[in-house]
Design a protein around this ligand. Structure first.
Ligand code: SF4
Length: 467
């Protein structure tokens, strides 16, 4: 699947023309939002957790280089080997070189957005290494030759029937859309791969600075098998994924599952503290952590947007976003989507390629409320819009609208007329009908214009309040 954020307009049109997609995204996000709400309402100290998490990430990002050095030292003590990658090409090269050196023929993978970001799978497959995703959602999108459409629920855009058809066509199994039967098919096939793989590649949710431990969180135990069955484990981790210590990790674990799926806790929390086969007779013989920069050092130095690196990829902002709910994840044209995606796309890919991303937002503010790390996403989206506009990437109607508005606010008589006139014109419309606006009113109605005008209304309010 070849997507680019430059084509988002076409992807949005395609998504809106697909009622099945809308239904699947709606079902999944509504369930996640409701389950999260019920859990958060019962957690009296939720806001305190958000504040602590924000403070922990601020502490990490304020001295990212120093924290990475400390993490490296503790990893070495644990016999974890670190590989540093300045960009996605270097990350791919390091992993490929390692796989070749160790004679790796087959790799099992668990869900990792960082490996999606560096496009690792196509590189491994092109090098002749069999590479199999083992998270059920990832396995499904890999069979479809797609990328995940959500940060935590990769196949959220598909229905059970879509998956049944896919398995029937690609795996040759009898058609079924029963979830347990579909799961049994995937489990049977994946088990064989776990047992015969030479290398397991995972992402990393957190790297704990003061102990040199990597934490991988999941619900299906596929990451556990990916870590523990092959002889080599490679964790691919963005350099911002650090947390100071185990105590702060506990606060993040408390919010991550709750925000992602409304669970009190994830089913499995894997702590990787070094190779264990020699010592315990099980687990990997060798453990590597690939630390991927790919622009993160630059992003951490940004006086405002550094905060977007505090993201723990829970997906809560996607579930709450009215734009994501309409179009799903592929419409964003890259591996990160939803409110956090539109902040990351221009930062990773540049303001030219990612210029349309920050427009995919209604500025309703729900994402900020839903974020367990208190990332002020709407403020960052506005900042990115400003930066994109300053580079001259504005559209004709937008420029015309802004020029007209600037004239109006500088000429009080014109302003008065402009705010009075639409209200009077509104009276000519049949009751309850709003003006048609090309494109906009195809999906919704414009609010009715005020028939009094701002000044009259303001003076009335002033009189009423007696000020
Ligand atoms: S920005 Fe916040 S809500 Fe969105 S995925 Fe990241 S941590 Fe979750």
């Amino acid at each position: 699947m070849d997507l680019t954020p430059k084509n988002v307009k076409q992807y949005i049109k395609d998504a809106l023309a697909n009622p099945g997609l809308k239904k699947a995204v709606d079902n999944a996000t509504t369930t996640a939002v409701n389950k999260r709400r019920m859990l958060v309402e019962k957690t009296a100290y939720w806001e305190e957790l958000r504040r602590r998490n924000h403070a922990a990430k601020r502490e990490i990002l304020a001295d990212l280089a120093g924290n990475l050095e400390r993490f490296e030292k503790h990893c070495h003590e644990n016999h974890i080997q670190l590989l540093w990658a300045s960009d996605s090409e270097e990350a791919k090269r390091l992993i490929l070189d390692l796989a070749r050196e160790k004679g790796v023929k087959k790799i099992v993978k668990s869900k990792s957005l960082t490996t999606e970001e560096i496009h690792l799978n196509p590189a491994l497959i092109a090098a002749g290494i069999e590479t199999i995703e083992t998270d059920l959602g990832e396995y499904i999108v890999q069979l479809m030759d797609q990328i995940p459409s959500h940060l935590t629920m990769p196949a959220l855009h598909l229905s059970r029937r879509d998956i049944g058809k896919l398995f029937h066509e690609k795996l040759g199994t009898p058609y079924t859309h029963e979830p347990v039967e579909l799961l049994t098919i995937a489990r049977r096939l994946l088990r064989e791969h776990f047992l015969t793989a030479d290398m397991g590649i995972t992402g990393a949710n957190f790297g704990v600075v003061d102990s040199g431990v990597v934490t991988i969180i999941e619900n299906e135990a596929n990451a556990h098998l990916t870590i523990s069955l092959p002889r080599i484990h490679v964790a691919v981790m963005g350099i911002e994924k650090l947390v100071p210590d185990m105590k702060s990790l506990a606060y993040f674990l408390r919010v991550l599952a709750a925000s992602a799926t409304g669970q009190k806790s994830s089913c499995y929390v894997n702590f990787v503290g070094g190779p264990s086969r020699q010592k315990y007779g099980e687990g990997p013989e060798e453990v590597y952590v690939v630390l991927v920069d790919n622009g993160r050092t630059r992003m951490a130095k940004d006086p405002q947007l550094w905060e977007t690196l505090a993201c723990i990829r829970c997906g809560s902002c996607l579930n709450h976003c009215p734009v994501y709910q309409q179009v799903g994840g592929h419409a964003y044209g890259w591996v990160y989507m939803g409110p956090i995606g539109i902040c990351l796309i221009p930062q990773f890919l540049g303001e030219d390629e990612g210029r349309l991303a920050p427009t995919m937002c209604s500025l309703c503010g729900e994402c900020f409320v839903a974020c367990p790390v208190r990332i002020d996403l709407p403020r960052h989206i506005l900042e990115l819009r400003r930066r994109v506009a300053e580079k001259g990437y504005t559209q004709g109607p937008e420029r015309f609208g802004m020029a007209a508005w600037s004239q109006l606010v500088r000429h009080p008589v014109l302003y008065k007329l402009a705010t009075w006139f639409p209200g009077k014109l509104q009276l000519l419309m049949p009751r309850g009908k709003s003006f048609p606006a090309p494109g906009y009113t195809k999906e919704r109605s414009l609010p009715e214009f005020d028939t009094k005008g701002f000044r009259k209304r303001f003076n009335e309010m002033k009189e009423k309040s007696g000020k």
